[in-house]
Design a protein around this ligand. Structure first.
Ligand SMILES: NC(=O)C1=CN([C@@H]2O[C@H](COP(=O)(O)OP(=O)(O)OC[C@H]3O[C@@H](n4cnc5c(N)ncnc54)[C@H](O)[C@@H]3O)[C@@H](O)[C@H]2O)C=CC1
Ligand SMILES: C=CC1=C(C)/C(=C/c2[nH]c(/C=C3N=C(/C=C4\NC(=O)C(C)=C4C=C)C(C)=C\3CCC(=O)O)c(CCC(=O)O)c2C)NC1=O
Length: 295
């Protein structure tokens, strides 16, 4: 069994505690057992699980795994600490707010011989699995993915990182990309932000990603993908699957801990994660260079 701590008790952290307490029967998630949670705030027991001091979690021989669910800005520091202490780490996306940091963290994980796993529930939804099937075999001419949502809380980093799930969709659907432009419109007083990034696929087709956030904007994804044979202008709807998204991810992480995931899959995932973070870095640079900054 892998003694496990959850770090950070927000929406994601609470779901992690719940899933660890009742893992999917006969799945690799059953091989983890929750020993406590770590938080910067002193908290009462959560779902019957007790708080453990960070230093105790790092030093304890009973703990082999950390699941990092804090705000994005602190991921890098926690991952580093737990890897250095010889623990396996699962982190909610994005693993860090720069490509350079992510590269270092993977190197550290390798050096320590530990699993480093970045959760990507956006690839696990039934709707996305259907979308991926629908796109397979079609030849893209041009496409747009437009995300809207409420204001980003502080500590979640630049939009290309907090929105890495949208970028991951594009890369998972259409392959590795090159950034051709990035721009940003921001009205701080109104907590409104809109980032627009453009890419070319390896086949030189143009993709546009718009990430728009502000008060009153609902969480939504709009697509417009033009293919040689047809145009898709809405996401497919598929019936919800019985196993929750974070539980599916926990199971995948458990399989990695047990050495059940083939090395080619591990490498492909690592490559995709690093590629997306590198694209996010580039978009941030373009958005923050004076010639491109918006209002
Ligand atoms: N909620 C979701 O459905 C998903 C979340 N994620 C990722 O999970 C991570 C956590 O997201 P959520 O749980 O949704 O966010 P959240 O805001 O609900 O939780 C963040 C946690 O960090 C704590 N925190 C933040 N700043 C703090 C500070 N200065 N001092 C002490 N505590 C502080 C918050 O109190 C909270 O416990 C993020 O990396 C996010 O990208 C990823 C996929 C889905
Ligand atoms: C209701 C309020 C609500 C909040 C506060 C919320 C937060 C939230 N959802 C996220 C992703 C996500 N959140 C979900 C799904 C959910 N996540 C949930 O908390 C719930 C209830 C669902 C419903 C099924 C999915 C599938 C993702 C992956 C990214 C995506 O597909 O948009 C993220 C990670 C950053 C991002 O990709 O934008 C945050 C911070 N999501 C919400 O829906």
């Amino acid at each position: 069994m892998f003694g496990t701590v959850v770090v950070g008790v927000g929406t994601a952290g609470r779901v992690r505690i719940r899933d660890l307490l009742s893992p999917l029967p006969s799945s690799a998630a059953e091989k983890m057992t929750i020993k406590g949670f770590v938080s910067r705030r002193p908290l009462e027991e959560q779902q019957g699980v007790k708080q453990i001091a960070l230093e105790e979690a790092l030093g304890s021989e009973d703990i082999q795994v950390a699941i990092v669910c804090t705000e994005n800005m602190s991921h890098e520091e926690y991952i580093r600490k737990f890897l250095e202490a010889g623990k396996h780490v699962c982190v909610e996306y994005p693993m860090s707010l720069s490509y350079a940091a992510a590269k270092e963290l993977w190197e550290l994980a390798e050096q320590k011989g530990k699993v480093l796993h970045e959760e990507h529930i956006e690839l696990l939804t039934a709707d996305y699995k259907q979308l991926k099937k629908d796109v397979a075999g079609k030849s893209l001419q041009e496409g747009t993915l437009h995300f809207t949502g409420g204001p980003v809380p502080s500590g979640f980093g630049f939009m290309a990182f907090s929105g890495i799930a949208r970028l991951t969709w594009l890369v998972d659907l259409f392959g590795e990309l090159t950034v051709t432009s990035g721009s940003m419109v921001e009205d701080r007083e109104k907590q409104y932000m809109k980032m627009t990034a453009q890419f070319l696929t390896q086949e030189q087709r143009q993709l546009t990603w718009i990430e728009e956030r502000g008060p009153g904007l609902g969480r939504m994804k709009n697509i417009n993908f033009r293919f040689d044979s047809c145009t898709m202008d809405r996401l497919p709807e598929a019936p919800r699957e019985p196993v929750g998204l974070f539980m599916q991810d926990l199971n995948l992480f458990g399989q990695k801990l047990l050495g059940q995931v083939p090395p080619e899959q591990l490498q492909a995932e690592r490559r995709r994660v690093l590629h997306c973070l590198q694209l996010a870095d580039r978009i941030q640079q373009l958005c923050q260079s004076p010639a491109h900054s918006g209002v």
